[in-house]
Design a protein around this ligand. Sequence first.
Ligand SMILES: CC(=O)SCCNC(=O)CCNC(=O)[C@H](O)C(C)(C)COP(=O)(O)OP(=O)(O)OC[C@H]1O[C@@H](n2cnc3c(N)ncnc32)[C@H](O)[C@@H]1OP(=O)(O)O
Ligand SMILES: CC(=O)C(=O)O
Length: 500
Amino acid sequence: MRGIALFGRVRLLDTTLRDGEQTPGVSLTLEEKVSIARQLDALGLDVIEAGSAVTSEGERRAMKAVAEEGLRAEVCSYVRARTGDVDLALNCDVDSIHLVVPVSDLHIRCKLRSDREGVMRAAVEVTEYAKGHGLIVELSGEDASRADEGYLTALYRAGIDAGADRLCYCDTVGVLVAEKAFEVFSRLSKLPVPVSVHCHDDFGLATANTVAALRGGASMAHVTVNGIGERGGNTSLEEVVMTLESLYGIKTEIQCQELYSLSRLVSRLTGIPVAPNKAIVGENAFTHEAGIHVHGLLADTSTYEPIHPEAVGRKRRIVLGKHAGRSSVELALRELGIESTEGELAEILSRVKELGDKGKRVTDADLQTIAEIVLSIQKEPKVKLNEFTIVSGNHAIPTASVRIIVNGSEILEAGTGVGPVDAAINAIRRAISGVRDVRLEEYHVDAVTGGTNALVEVWVTMAMGDRTITARGAGADIIMASVEAVLEGINRLMQLEEDG
Ligand SMILES: CC(=O)SCCNC(=O)CCNC(=O)[C@H](O)C(C)(C)COP(=O)(O)OP(=O)(O)OC[C@H]1O[C@@H](n2cnc3c(N)ncnc32)[C@H](O)[C@@H]1OP(=O)(O)O
Ligand SMILES: CC(=O)C(=O)O
């Protein structure tokens, strides 16, 4: 790969805390920025763009806190072509600035109401000013992919003469294509300082363009965790890293097995969910339902998995539904410790498909129930609900009390929560905590019909030790459906434990 031959290795600048935070509705607190920055540093990122110092007082406090963490990574601030922005960045004690200068005539004329010469002068003046104050400068051409390349190169050369340490080519509105990225970077990489690539995903091409630019000679890629960012987002960290590592055989120095936990952290703190089908970090990236796939996976996981889930800190999941085959059901039953004959297996599979045909997801608890019916196993539930009360209102802390029977003994417990569902689940968890350490890992609710009296289905993933199980509850009352799902999960986990 050309870029790597030129500059030794691919470097990565993570801009989750700057461009990623520009995702509409996202605003990270100081503590949140620091905790993401720590994880990025631990993962091995070279540069962390911690924000734009010009944005606000709170942003500056957070950026200063990140800079004071003593991270191994270089901490950077976005600045406009204004010396005042550099002063604000200096107050945050960052190591470097990402000095962004519009370079397309569209941006120069319409946005800045300036001209090419004026922008060139500002770029040089601010670069010199920042260098004079000891900052590392990455001089960036905003909207470079729509700019005149002759002007862009002249501006870059003027920036290098003024002391710029690095350059960056921004595909600000995601209109670059891979062929052009490769060709442009084949030329730009002849400049005497490293050139970065910064892509947006308006056409879903950000990763492809970034990789093409790296092949052309770019030495650093700008990325965000989960690809979050303005509009369609930015190039995703996990996609670039795994493409380089797995498809091009390039080691990146990133701790790949931490990619998933970083993705979860960023999703939780930004409130931006990850699409189930998102590459590498989406819920379904290593989940399989189709029978033909599961059959293949059992022979060799590489039949339907391009990388091992463990490589990025994930686990394979097999789920059952209408596309299940004999292999999937056999595997799921084996995991539940249930043995069956060929005939019983066929009957269980046919009932699984029946449920799938009704548009249902088939949970582990559903499979266990079906298996128990087909195999005529009568199992007494370990946990039974005797009584349940909930109090909620605008002047009341949502509080639930439960009376449950666990292995024949009655337990009375209460819990509070942010709402009645949370309170109900907390009460059950407290009641069970003296008997077993059961965790609620996922909670999801669907309204099956419309209206306030809709039938709801609640899906939970419960865990005990290293065993997880999915379970469902349904009904017109969302609280009771939640209680049913959680108790079903607990029962199944305890049953599995007993069965060994
Ligand atoms: C492609 C990108 O991601 S660019 C980065 C985007 N990031 C942000 O916008 C950070 C958050 N922004 C903010 O907090 C505010 O917009 C601020 C503090 C930067 C500026 O706020 P205001 O002074 O109220 O200006 P406003 O937002 O209306 O307009 C932006 C100003 O920056 C100027 N500007 C935009 N880009 C640049 C640049 N690269 N260099 C110099 N000036 C620039 C615009 O011409 C405009 O100037 P004007 O007010 O003199 O007309
Ligand atoms: C600078 C930047 O974020 C962009 O041009 O997309």
